[in-house]
Design a protein around this ligand. Structure first.
Ligand code: PBG
Length: 319
């Protein structure tokens, strides 16, 4: 076996799993209430940016060879119904318009479709008492998706884990004439402690209870397959497994079983974990990132959403 490991060129020649910036999506937090970037404590190296910085950010990402961003909005005002999520002049709608206006088809713009950043209670759906209502939430999700489509989005990514959200959004988009807008479904999204740093970044922690009545129990792989199957039936164009690193078995099963474009979200806690160990000098950051991203690709992910997208692109270009 060692004959083919002898030189770096030979190793390249026989390398099976290829990682390139083309596989990556960079998450961008756009905040309505700020004038300059704010660094995110639990995610060193990542920031919330103001609207006026978004095209500059888009250009940098695109110039690194990264084809896509996923946008998260942080609105100035929150209410019970999350109404700032679907106003025409909302923070995400304006960011999409700016990016598509400036960069056109050079950058694929994906938007996260959820209520938790926009509701005062911080849950991903409409709340009654201490219950999260499924079907009333679907209506709002449809409105959000259509408002993003009006702004020019390429792909919407529902992340709230409401039953029927993909079908509901597909119908709402089609009924408004947006048949070309694609859906990347957060299909198997688990109730995970690895979202902690994101909730700090997006100010989206639930004010009561937790998300276990809608996000998946990570102990249930068969249920993950059913979630993915339902989303495909409802019209998902891309399906996602989230988180990524502790869920490589699910990425593998989903890709092998369905053969559809499959994304993996390497979440905020995965980023923070590597970052913290690297800052202490306990792990080599670049090696850890390239190894883990390659492993996620090897498991079967076509697309990886990662906060390391920019760094990885720079590292890959220098190799
Ligand atoms: C919104 C959403 C979350 C993430 C992506 N979309 C937070 C959550 O579900 O609590 C997490 C992303 C990350 O941790 O990097 N529903």
């Amino acid at each position: 076996m060692r004959r083919l490991r002898r030189t770096s060129r030979i190793r390249e020649l026989v390398r099976q799993t290829i990682l390139t910036p083309k596989n990556l999506v960079y998450p961008v937090f756009v905040s309505e209430g700020i004038n300059r970037p704010e660094s995110i404590d639990a995610m060193p190296g990542q920031s919330r940016i103001p609207l006026q910085r978004v095209t500059e950010e888009g250009k940098e990402i695109s110039s690194l060879g990264i084809p896509a961003v996923i946008l998260f909005g942080i609105p100035r005002k929150k209410d019970d119904m999350g109404s700032s999520a679907y106003t025409k002049n909302g923070v995400v709608q304006r960011a999409v318009k700016a990016l598509k206006g400036e960069l056109g088809d050079e950058l694929v713009v994906i938007t996260d479709i959820c209520l938790c950043q926009y509701t005062s209670h911080g849950h991903c759906g409409i709340v009654s008492g201490d219950r999260i209502l499924n079907d009333s939430t679907l209506e709002v999700l449809g409105k959000i998706a259509v408002s993003h489509a009006e702004a020019g989005v390429d792909i919407v990514a529902p992340s709230g884990m409401m039953d029927g959200q993909v079908g509901g959004i597909r119908r709402a988009l089609d009924d408004s004439g947006y048949t070309d807008v694609a859906i990347m479904a957060y299909a198997a999204k688990h109730a995970s402690c690895f979202y902690g740093p994101f909730r700090d970044a997006a100010h989206s922690s639930p004010k009561f209870g937790d998300r276990r009545s809608y996000q998946m129990d990570f102990a249930n792989p068969d249920e993950a397959i059913r979630e993915v199957e339902l989303d495909i039936q409802e019209g998902a164009d891309i399906v996602m497994v989230k988180p990524a690193l502790a869920y490589l078995d699910l990425i593998y099963r989903v890709k092998t079983r369905f053969g559809v474009p499959t994304a993996a979200y390497s979440v905020s806690g995965e980023y923070a974990t590597i970052k913290a160990a690297a800052e202490r000098g306990w792990i080599d950051e670049k090696s850890a990132v390239l190894e883990t991203l390659t492993a996620i690709r090897r498991a079967g992910a076509d697309i990886i959403i990662t906060y390391y997208a920019k760094d990885a692109s720079r590292w890959l270009a220098k190799k």
